[in-house]
Write a protein of this length. Structure first.
Length: 236
């Protein structure tokens, strides 16, 4: 077996099962409250909207309709606070996602680091190195956003703070992120557009394309270590 192909011994792991809107309430809310870092792995990457409960002048309070805002706006606020944001994805981001990103210079300039690998199919979210989501949901409105009960996807996953699982998943994420699997990837032989190890011609990232963009805050060769609450190591 290779570094990314393994089966770990059976052991007891504390976890919570989440389904449906539970993804939004537990996963997205945790991302909104992040203090240090957010790592997201997803096959599909699309615009995602969240409920906006902020007090805004001129907005009537107590109404039945709930205001919404783009998750990119939330990411922009997190980046302004110094939170490290990484998204590892397979398919090119949706048009609305790219358009929203282009309107936010802080994110487009490196505040939101994006890397693309067509082999990525895992769905994971790691918040502050202390909370892990593993499940079926992509980073899309139908998968994790605030869509109504009759519109969202049927998704299921687990949440855990288990340090062993956190270490394993972060190590796998980081290995893919820095291109450690690129040398032996058969897709490279077919002309991978942007190998993550930097070997070969890599298109210059732009806010419009977003796919394959690399933040200055996320450098290659970063070793993943166990991250305790409030102090995940930042790779710069």
């Amino acid at each position: 077996m290779t570094v990314v192909d393994f089966v770990r011994p059976e052991r007891a792991v504390p976890l919570r099962l989440v389904s449906g809107r539970g993804h939004y309430e537990q996963v997205v809310r945790a991302v909104e409250a992040a203090e240090c870092s957010v790592w997201i792995a997803t096959a599909n990457l699309k615009e995602l909207f969240v409920e906006d409960h902020r007090v805004v002048p001129g907005r009537r309070r107590g109404g039945r309709r709930v205001a919404h805002r783009s998750m990119l706006e939330v990411f922009d606020e997190l980046a302004a606070r110094g939170v490290e944001l990484r998204i590892l994805h397979a398919a090119p981001p949706s048009g609305p996602f790219r358009a929203g990103l282009a309107k936010r210079p802080r994110l487009a300039g490196g505040g939101l680091a994006l890397r693309v690998c067509p082999r990525v199919h895992l769905k994971a979210v790691v918040v502050d190195g202390t909370l892990l989501y593993l499940g079926s949901a992509n980073w899309t409105g139908a998968g994790l956003g605030a869509k109504g009960s009759g519109r969202r996807n049927f998704e299921v996953g687990v949440l855990t703070a288990d340090t062993g699982l956190l270490d394993e998943v972060q190590a796998l994420f980081d290995r893919i992120w820095r291109g450690a699997e690129c040398a032996g990837c058969r897709l490279r032989l077919r002309g991978c557009a942007a190998p993550l190890d930097g070997a070969g011609e890599v298109p210059r990232p732009t806010p419009a394309s977003a796919a394959g963009a690399t933040s200055k805050r996320a450098t290659d060769g970063a070793a993943v270590t166990r991250r305790r609450r409030g102090a995940p190591r930042r790779d710069r």
